[in-house]
Design a protein around this ligand. Sequence first.
Ligand code: GLU
Length: 448
Amino acid sequence: MTSEASMVSAPSTDPVTAALDEVHARHVGARGGEIPTYIPTLSLVDPDQFGLALASMNGNLYRSGDAEAPFSIQSVSKPFVFALALSELGLDEVLHNVGAEPSGEAFNAISLEEGTGRPDNPMVNAGAIVTSSLVPGDPAEKFDRIRRCLSAFAGRALEMDEEAFASELETGDRNRALAYLMRGAGSLRSSAEAAVEVYFRQCSLVVTACDLAVMAATLAAGGTNPRTGERVVEPRVAEHVLTVMATCGMYDYAGEWLLRVGLPAKSGVSGCLAAASPAQFGIGAFSPRLDVRGNSVRGGAALQDLSERFELHFVHDTGLSAPVVFRSEDLSATDPFTPVTPGSREPVVHLRRLQGEIEFAAAETALDDLTIETGIREVGTWLLLDLSHVTRVNGVSAQLLDARLAGLRASGVTVFVTDALARHLLRSADAEFTSAEEAWAAVAGGQA
Ligand code: GLU
């Protein structure tokens, strides 16, 4: 699709595409910024191209404008190669060779950490050269692993732009200088020439805004590609990568970017940008004109706009989406449809039904409803904790709920838990049932 076509695209009937189209339309007129010339092939592109793409956690892909236009990935390769190095070597080993501090300097700055000679972080050129050199194998194997890993992130086989590679190989003396400096300082283990060559190759992999959206969505989904279902990296690795993107991903604009946009992102000199909203979606943007820091003018503006409209800033208080305890009743154990009268001493079933995702805040709220103080009678009563409407319980929440259930059992309450999910996560129950009805039958059996 050409940029001309994107400017006259028909209004979309799909609401998410329509929202992207709206953002696209608001920024397509911006003409500020310059095309970089230091890598000759980059100056040959159509500067008016502008594409946006969004990949959701369900694996849906939404596009607007030139979302299928190809370009070399450049620096947006860095977080994904960092992910590969983390997967192969672990965090400590990688951090031994490259730091995790925002540099506050330009992407190609010639500066290394005092004392250790380490580059500041994996998102600046020096750090990226070290990171890709850490990938196991000889140079050909390293690049092969890198290409396969980035392809898995994108969900399709990525190819190299040989011209972009040749162009950078010819003109990339500043990166070569960085590599030699690091070799001299002891922070680069492989030969300087071999290291920059692998790095130039990774920078010349060809992607589209759609690819970047899927790659970012894979990080947002904890390392599993939402379109192919492939686990590309472990969730912990995805978290680490997103963290370094948040603090160091936008060149020497990283701090203000986090302040204004609040999304982990990485930009590249070809005018591309990948941003992730954890557990929500990934976005890819492409528009070649860059601001003075090297970030795509339209891409950055579109992302800021989207972040504001969709309330995506990572510190934004989303609150609890639904009450976690949606049923809390004390029922007669002999007649499950009759609430017990307060103060009565007849056998009671305390029914507590939780719903949705139980993370720390939700679990802590639920605990309030699971105490002696809030009405759970001791000795000779049943607690029926119904989790059949719970979609997920994270580790800390399971521990908190377990501890409370153990306390109630110690006070003489018989604890029944329903749902298979609970069986794996909650251990402090007297019995588990597949449904509340089954649990009621057991109570009735106990009464008989
Ligand atoms: N290959 C480019 C370089 O090393 C990547 C820079 C970038 O995208 O920030 O100069």
